[in-house]
Design a protein around this ligand. Structure first.
Ligand code: NOJ
Length: 717
């Protein structure tokens, strides 16, 4: 006789056996996710015994990324699992979920900054470390990666994703899913990933969070879907439905998006969780009259687990009784959830080692430093003012963020301790111990006095960790109040000025660029922001990050992104056109997508393609040689873009289709090879069908999206 408790049986068999033993009430209990709020602890224990809760969100408020959370600790996890396993009728363990967005104890760069490293293997390693630390805390599910293509830096959540480009984002999506989940979820050091927010949430209007925006299915499939497709193909165990609507249908209530496309077309086998109160919010969005209708719409659409609303536990019993929801759909949702729990090994051992050290391992910190170094982007370096001399010059390291700690960690930092965070000043002292450093970071007059006494100035500017993230939007992406005035005053002293900007999102930097000799974008790069920035400033490390998102010149240029469609009237054929309809500024951004400088220089030569004509099923090979023409070894991120010149539906002027981070010694060259297969050559065309159409294609290679180095080929029938 089969028994789901038998570890030797397959997940499928165990799930079916368990399902066959469950009452409707127990099944609905598996759809219920509650909050790990401290004040709900007693109630939670009762729910665990009665089998009425499936999971907890490790958060107590809706804006968990920026607010202090009052949640139960580490110790409660074993107790609840013990109650669920041994005192509930069927012994089904809980599967708690937590927003581990860029590290649990060891904090890595924010995802947008991670994307600036253009190194999926580093994203994967960071996710792997985050998984281990999260699992050691007893939680086996993260609400990450966030895969929303975002093109509006006013939107606070742009920091949580991997930028404006579908291909780059898809590469990072796959890497993070692999990092979190590893080869097998049964490995106790791994956690289940949650690809969120499916789909189109990044399309925020006016930069406002939770706003109602819309796009065509063409845009949805070609721009917003690829990262989710990549995450599903990488095996993401769960997906979170997004708050926004598409075509008048909130995603939480869209059968077309959740069941037809995600579970059907993409073949997603895991379960879909709603976002915080999103089912109830169907009432606010005006498509459900009451909570019962909201439960019906979301469950029928394909949302399997209800995050906090209690809509399912309150109303599914009646909806099933009335026959509006079928028992098959109920079984489908429960099966999906149970399978993930079985795969995680939670039925066999859901406990956390209470003696597991919660300290940060040195090797994790070391990796965090390397990762942060790769993500920082050198935006300007006039007259080679950088690297700074390590001795012999008096250097002022000043500015409101020069000695900041929390601000460097960024939004969604679950580690609330300041231990291990090194400031930029501390980083500078460690990177250049011989240097004579003067610091000041709180009073503006003292900062100016320090600058006056020095020969060179490093001015550390930027945002607080709370000025970005969820529900943290700004109307104007200028530096926070007062910082530009400080820069202007420092500039008037006539000394070389290096601006270091710590921020989660792109800011407008036209004046900063103009007033500074060098600009380093250090992001909110977590624990190692200070040391990593300092290593770059003093030339111990050659900067190599490139922008994963366009930096506008003024807020009014938003939305501005490189992969836009051609204009009907081509006043200027180019990306980011010089002559636009603006009378008051150019259409050119401040810094384009893919841009970033190095202390060395790279030359591109010998771009070739293998065949001038290919069929739609053939693969094109692109080769280009890159040479380090400067004096320092360094990394270059070699990029390959494609333009589909004639197609039944319009295509972007350029689309990223490949990139490679290479390391070159001075004088060294390397041939970089890109392959363009069906998936890269095609797009979702008429009727939403994926197709590769005959016609002319241009291929570009270079160090950023503005590259003009190109060749062409044709796809023939
Ligand atoms: C709401 C956010 O939109 C989502 O990303 C997050 O995972 C949940 N809150 C849980 O904190």
């Amino acid at each position: 006789m089969k028994n789901y408790k038998d570890k030797n049986l397959s997940v499928r068999v165990r799930t079916e056996d368990l399902l066959s033993r469950m009452t409707i009430e127990e099944k609905i209990g598996q759809l219920n996710q509650l909050s790990a709020k401290l004040s709900d602890a007693d109630e939670m224990r009762k729910n665990a015994v009665q089998g009425l809760v499936s999971s907890r969100v490790m958060a107590s408020t809706a804006f968990a990324g920026n607010e202090e959370q009052e949640i139960t600790g580490f110790d409660e996890i074993n107790l609840l699992q013990e109650l669920a396993l041994n005192q509930s009728r069927l012994g089904i363990p809980l599967m708690d979920g937590w927003d581990i967005v860029h590290g649990q104890r060891t904090i890595f760069p924010l995802p947008l900054a991670q994307a600036a490293g253009w190194a999926p293997e580093l994203v994967q390693r960071a996710a792997e470390i985050a998984a281990l630390e999260t699992a050691e805390w007893g939680v086996r599910w993260t609400f990450a990666p966030m895969l929303d293509i975002a093109r509006d830096p006013r939107w606070g959540r742009i920091v949580e994703g991997f930028g404006e480009d579908p291909y780059l984002c898809a590469q990072m999506a796959a890497a993070s899913v692999k990092g979190f989940q590893g080869e097998s979820l049964s490995d106790k050091r791994r956690i289940a990933a949650c690809a969120k927010h499916y789909i189109g949430y990044g399309m925020s209007c006016g930069g406002r969070d939770y706003s109602a925006c819309d796009c065509s299915e063409h845009e949805l499939r070609n721009t917003y879907l690829p990262p989710f497709k990549a995450a599903v193909e990488a095996g993401a165990a769960t997906v979170m439905a997004s708050f926004n609507e598409i075509g008048g249908e909130p995603v939480t209530g869209s059968k077309h998006l959740l069941t037809d496309i995600l579970k059907g077309e993409l073949g997603f086998q895991g379960f879909v969780v709603s976002d915080w109160y999103a089912i109830h919010q169907l009432i606010n969005q005006g498509v459900a009259e009451n909570r019962k209708e909201a439960a019906y719409i979301a469950f029928d659409a394909g949302v399997d687990m209800d995050m906090l609303d209690l809509c399912y536990s309150e109303h599914l019993p009646a909806l099933i009784e009335e026959g509006r929801i079928s028992k098959e759909r109920l079984d489908d949702a429960v099966r999906r959830i149970l399978e993930v729990k079985f795969r995680l090994g939670l039925f066999d051992d859901p406990y956390v080692d209470p003696n597991a050290s919660q300290r940060i391992r040195d090797e994790h910190m070391e990796f965090a430093k390397v990762f942060a170094e790769k993500c920082m982007v050198l935006l300007k370096n006039e007259n080679n003012v950088l690297p700074l001399p390590k001795s012999g010059r008096k250097i002022a390291v000043i500015g409101p963020l020069a000695e900041a700690k929390r601000a460097l960690m960024g939004s969604w930092t679950q580690n609330k301790s300041d231990e291990g965070i090194q400031t930029i000043v501390e980083g500078v002292q460690a990177a250049a111990p011989e240097a004579e450093i003067i610091t000041a970071s709180s009073l503006y007059d003292e900062m100016l006095m320090a600058a006056q006494r020095a020969e060179m100035v490093v001015l550390v500017l930027g945002e607080s960790d709370r000025r970005n993230g969820e529900h943290a939007c700004i109307a104007d992406i200028e530096l926070p109040v007062g910082q530009l005035e400080l820069l202007r005053a420092v500039r008037r002293l006539g000394k070389p000025v290096v601006s270091v900007i710590c921020s989660g999102r792109p800011l407008v930097l036209e004046e900063v660029d103009h007033l500074s000799d060098a600009v380093l974008y250090a992001w909110h790069s977590g624990h190692q922001t200070g040391p990593a920035a300092a290593e770059i400033l003093f030339g111990n490390v050659n900067p190599s990050g490139k922008l994963p998102v366009t930096f506008p010149r003024t807020t009014g240029q938003i939305p501005i992104y490189y992969n836009h469609k051609p204009n009907a009237r081509q006043i200027d054929e180019y990306y980011y056109p010089e002559s636009t309809d603006y009378f008051d500024t150019t259409g050119k951004p401040m810094y384009p997508f893919g841009y970033g400088l190095s202390y060395t220089t790279f030359a591109y030569s010998g771009l070739t393609i293998d065949k001038e004509k290919i069929t739609a099923d053939e693969v094109q090979t692109v080769r280009v040689t890159v040479t380090n023409t400067g004096n320092m070894e360094g990394d270059e991120i070699v990029q390959c873009y494609l333009r589909d010149c004639s197609s039944a539906l319009t295509r972007p002027l350029k689309e990223l289709k490949g990139f490679q981070r290479i390391h070159l010694a001075p004088g060294a060259s390397q041939e970089v090879v890109f392959t363009l297969d069906r998936e890269k050559l095609g797009y979702y065309g008429k009727g939403g069908k994926f197709c590769v159409e005959p016609g002319k294609f241009m291929v570009y290679t270079g160090g950023n999206c503005l590259t003009e180095m190109c060749t062409q080929f044709e796809i023939v029938k």
